[in-house]
Design a protein around this ligand. Sequence first.
Ligand SMILES: Nc1ncnc2c1ncn2[C@@H]1O[C@H](COP(=O)(O)OP(=O)(O)OP(=O)(O)O)[C@@H](O)[C@H]1O
Ligand SMILES: [Mg+2]
Length: 275
Amino acid sequence: MKRPQAIAITSGKGGVGKTNLSVNLALALQRNSKNVAVFDADLALANAHLVLGCRASRTIVDAISGRCAVQDVLVSGPSGLKLIAGGSGLAELMSLSDDKRQSIISSISSIAPQIDYLIVDTAAGVEDNVIDFVAACDRVIVVVVGEPTAFVDAYASIKVLHQETGRTQFDIVVNRATNDTQGIQIFQRFQAIVIKFLPVALHHIGSIPNDERLGRAVSKCEPVIDSFPDAPASKAILSIAQVVLASPPPVVDEGAVGFFRPFYDRDVAAEEAMS
Ligand SMILES: Nc1ncnc2c1ncn2[C@@H]1O[C@H](COP(=O)(O)OP(=O)(O)OP(=O)(O)O)[C@@H](O)[C@H]1O
Ligand SMILES: [Mg+2]
């Protein structure tokens, strides 16, 4: 059995477009005949359900408290996309113990047989929740915008994620660019700063233009690729989905705890034992 791929979408600065990329990328992958779940890992300030336009009747809080299994908190979204919704305004979600976080990761691994991709929409910054959820993913997409403050914060995030998780490969999406050329220029400026000081590699997997239709879709509680499929932002996200579909995940330390790595290890061990 093929193991699912877990993709973290993160950023240094808040409000740069992670949730919109997460939800629309997930939907685009789902429409490419993949089974996809979004985990709203911005646990205390969750809003992916709003961007997706579904009612979060159950959330990860029900699973954390033991009221039900993760299987039972899966909310159905458009086109059969699944959502594990986060909580809202619960302080205890911001300061979870390491054990609690690891138990969330291992309980989410139980949905592996149902999905091909898990998109993990993290909070901004480098709090422990972000570091552990990113560490548990196979690849990480950092969303940057072309402002000096966003550069500083994105640099700091990559530095901490590299130091704390040993990760050396980062995918970059430039959001709110004027056009593709400016997106490439922003990426190159950011890359020049990062590789000067950190032993990591950045891969530019696409730019999303500033597009007022994305804001209008958010106001309607609809994913932009549904509301305005021909909008430049939608087309950009659809082409990022093609890049994701075409590229294998970077190899990560299989010894580390991951959403699906233990599952993978068990499978490989079983296959090896049978051969
Ligand atoms: N490409 C874009 N064009 C126009 N507006 C955008 C674009 N991307 C994001 N926005 C605006 O920025 C807002 C914030 O986006 P989003 O919620 O996806 O960011 P976030 O990084 O998840 O924020 P947070 O850090 O608070 O979780 C959106 O509601 C939308 O109004
Ligand atoms: Mg968000």
